[in-house]
Design a protein around this ligand. Sequence first.
Ligand code: SAM
Ligand code: FES
Length: 348
Amino acid sequence: MIEQFKQNRDLSDDELKILIETDEHESNLFKAADAVRRENYGVDVYIRGLIEFTNYCKNNCYYCGIRAGNSNVERYRLASDRILACCDEGYDLGFRTYVLQGGEDPYYTDDMLCDLVSEIKRNHGDCAVTLSLGEKSRESYEAFFDAGADRYLLRHETASEEHYGMLHPDSMSLERRKQCLWDLKDIGYQVGSGFMVGSPYQTTENLISDLRFLQELQPAMIGIGPYITQHDTPFRDFPSGRLDVCLRLISIIRLMFPYVLIPATTALGTIAPNGRELGLSVGANVVMPNLSPVAVRRLYGLYDNKICMGDEAAECRMCLQRRVEAAGYKIAIHRGDVKLKVESGVAV
Ligand code: SAM
Ligand code: FES
């Protein structure tokens, strides 16, 4: 089955179900995914410096620790000069991509964000800027793109309407989320999407719909990680997602989308001490260490026991280098754009 998957880059829903739920083909799946990753990206691991610049959010996603309804969070916002200083520090550490991420925080107007993006590009013209600011209007996405933003990360979270409704309040909709992703693609961003593994009420059928939606969207990056419990959310009593299922899904995604950028996420490193190394060994090729000031790190508490809370950016960078090299891979010092090959109109 795995050889056929590698050749065709697809399987039936029934076959996918077996790969997701059982360990029957696991070792072949992992080996094939690593082989495909090496064919496309060698042993290179792309790094992105993550700057979590605001933990204010107007949304109330039931799984998220910084949701508006969580009154136990101490809120913070970083001013532009602090964000720019994080970028400068990151540049010296070899980062050539900055990811600006935050809750949906209306305090930052489009003008402020455009100024920030163009200032980063002015200071570091050889770097890519990735935004991860949630749902915005098409006009806002266009303005950020015109200001120089290269990429946008927006997980679809789940491609099932019914499941989406179980994870989010009625004010949010899957249709709107998907529209944002299509707008971003149309504007010309390198788009990243993805989902949590093991989120409350998730079924294997939901995961298969996630893969089918990604086949339609053909994003440049697919970020998946385990759902992890946060003690102040309505989902506080649900268990976190499983490591083995996450790893199998990383491999499945690598075989379906040979070219795609797949991060070994912080959440994966949180549920297992060597989670990120394992992720890299089964198909992932990106890591996103934290460049946010240490003083605010613990306040961006999406989930419990998040790793790397106390380490300075330089320590994080060195720790990751050791981990990446121990796993047999090598950090690449460049923007790390997706290697998108297009054959007869279809990304492969
Ligand atoms: N506001 C932006 C958005 O909605 O895309 C970016 C910030 S949001 C916190 C980034 C991602 O964190 C979400 O897409 C979600 O998948 C993930 N996340 C939130 N809560 C989580 C949890 N409890 N466990 C694992 N991942 C979580
Ligand atoms: Fe907005 Fe999580 S609810 S970032």
